[in-house]
Design a protein around this ligand. Structure first.
Ligand code: GYE
Length: 310
């Protein structure tokens, strides 16, 4: 389909697919598991993988994508750190006739032809599930009076941060408008250090917080350190709900420090390689290929822990 006669990767005969993948960074346990999954699956599929880590910086992702275009890879895949600002580089890929597949996170664009498909989770739904889970957690804990929520947001402008907050608020406004309140909300950039630091500040400014909603497990784990340092019991004095379901999150949950986790599956590699092949062969694929996920409460933590692969 594609004229790649000048590409170094087409060594005649049966040619392997060259995939350029620009990863967000290594900010969380989720991300490390995602990176391993992508690398393993590319190897398994027999593709040549060109991988780069953008260290959570959009400009690094843009230059990685430009270099994949210059190298004439067959397909470009990337997990965009933020939703906006991609049109120019995506147009360059389109002009070079290199299909682009989004993984994990989405982009905002006025031109739908700039990417083929997104392989990833429904973050708005994860936010809704987190709010519904919090209702169960609050009831189980017998928490009376106003539910005073601190929210640790993911990276500002990133799809999972925007959409998880949106889904959570949607359920909160619909079902708990009278008794739930988000009293503080700030980004912890999806990292442990960020979660720790921002939670310490929250506890200073709003010592009456009784719930933490963290957009990922790593920030919750960081926050737990600050909660304990403040002489409070995470999971008791401050109820915690987070998203991801990495092993360390399950460890904290089995210790009673996290009350519930909404799963977000990072093992997208095999699905991605499948889609890359189809796209490369010119097959039509769905616009959004969603990942399947579950919800876990504290009483399931010990049983589920040995099953966690990441
Ligand atoms: O929840 C977080 C990571 O985009 C779904 O990014 C991903 C998020 C994940 O840093 O831990």
């Amino acid at each position: 389909k594609k004229d790649d006669s000048s590409s170094g990767s087409s060594s005649g005969g049966s040619k392997t697919i060259t995939l350029g993948f620009s990863q967000v960074g290594a900010e969380s346990g989720w991300r490390s598991a995602n990176t391993t999954s992508v690398k393993d699956a590319a190897k398994e599929a027999g593709y040549t993988l060109k991988f780069s880590d953008a260290q959570q910086k959009q400009e690094n992702q843009i230059s990685a994508i430009r270099s994949y275009i210059a190298q004439k890879v067959d397909v470009i895949a990337f997990s965009p750190v933020v939703v906006t600002g991609w049109d120019a580089v995506l147009k360059e890929a389109k002009a070079a006739k290199i299909p682009v597949v989004l993984t994990d996170r989405s982009v905002e664009t006025s031109d739908d032809s700039l990417y083929v498909t997104l392989v990833g989770s429904d973050f708005t739904d994860e936010g809704r599930r987190a709010a519904k889970m919090l209702a169960t957690v609050v009831e189980k804990a017998g928490l009376k009076g106003t539910v005073k929520i601190a929210q640790l947001e993911g990276t500002t402008g990133a799809a999972p941060a925007i959409e998880r907050a949106k889904g959570f608020k949607e359920v909160m406004d619909a079902d708990h408008a009278d008794d739930w309140k988000i009293v503080v909300s700030q980004t912890g950039d999806f990292t442990r250090a960020g979660g720790k630091q921002v939670m310490a500040a929250f506890l200073q400014s709003n010592p009456d917080i009784n719930v933490l909603f963290a957009h990922n497990d790593d920030m919750a784990i960081g926050a737990i350190q600050s909660i304990e340092a403040a002489g409070k019991k995470p999971g008791k004095d401050i109820l915690i709900v987070s998203i991801d379901g990495v092993k360390d999150g399950f460890v904290a949950m089995s210790e009673g420090k996290i009350n519930g986790i909404v799963e977000c599956n990072p093992l997208l590699g095999p699905q991605l390689m499948d889609v890359v092949k189809k796209v490369h062969e010119g097959e039509t694929v769905e616009r959004w290929i969603k990942t399947k996920e579950g919800d876990y409460l504290q009483d399931q933590a010990k049983a589920e822990l040995p099953n966690r692969k990441y």
